[in-house]
Write a protein of this length. Structure first.
Length: 218
């Protein structure tokens, strides 16, 4: 039981690093973007705004080689679900207002205002990677891959998030963060589908502690 709890805590901390806040590590100074950089950022924004729903499998890899998999759902504006495969007890739901992280073993959901998280950037009705509250620091082009890194505009030293896109086809394939110790963790998407109808109940979270017996049985 103790080992299971330790694993749960590590997964929980890892997810918080990935989606709830930019990591506490110094980001490189922002450089002026070239015309090509700006065109690539616009291309990424247009791609993200070209669909309102997404379904994909995800693979999460930590710096020490630990892995977790699950199913990701996105429905813009404002909704997301990350359902980790067993034995992980984690469930993450964005319901339009909050990002809710629920550990089934601890049975203590955490509610974080969605707009205060990097996750909120990807589920906005109009996605802007270089906007009022986030700023692109660099654009790196590699064979078949486009990397776009960004920081919080008001606090660029708080850390950096990188979105990774494949070129053919152009699609979001991964995001990467660096923790306070300078270690990299990545989340990769595969078997992605966009534009499908998704059940709205995927993005509802009902805390069992506040349900009546009749509702729990329904």
């Amino acid at each position: 039981m103790r080992m299971d709890r330790m694993k749960t805590n590590r997964l929980f901390a890892l997810f918080l690093t990935l989606l709830l806040a930019f990591p506490a590590v110094a980001a490189p100074p922002r450089k002026s973007l070239s015309a090509q950089d700006r065109a690539d950022v616009q291309r990424a924004e247009e791609y993200l705004n070209s669909f309102s729903t997404l379904k994909a499998r995800f693979l999460q890899v930590s710096a020490n080689g630990g892995q977790a998999e699950g199913q990701a759902y996105l429905s813009r504006p404002g909704r997301m679900r990350l359902q980790y495969d067993p034995p992980s007890p984690l469930l993450v739901v964005a319901d339009g207002r909050f990002l809710i992280v629920h550990d089934r073993q601890l049975d203590a959901p955490s509610y974080i205002p969605l707009n205060s998280t990097p996750a909120g950037i990807l589920v906005r009705a109009d996605v802007r990677l270089d906007g009022k509250d986030v700023a692109v620091t660099r654009v790196v082009r590699q064979p078949g891959v486009l990397n776009i890194s960004m920081v919080e505009a008001e606090d660029p030293g708080a850390g950096e998030l990188t979105l990774v896109f494949s070129e053919r086809p152009f699609a979001l394939r991964q995001w990467r963060v660096v923790d306070a110790q300078g270690q990299t963790t990545s989340v990769s998407l595969y078997e992605s589908q966009t534009g499908m109808a998704l059940d709205g109940k995927l993005f509802e979270f009902k805390d069992q502690k506040f349900l009546t017996p009749n509702l729990q049985g329904g």
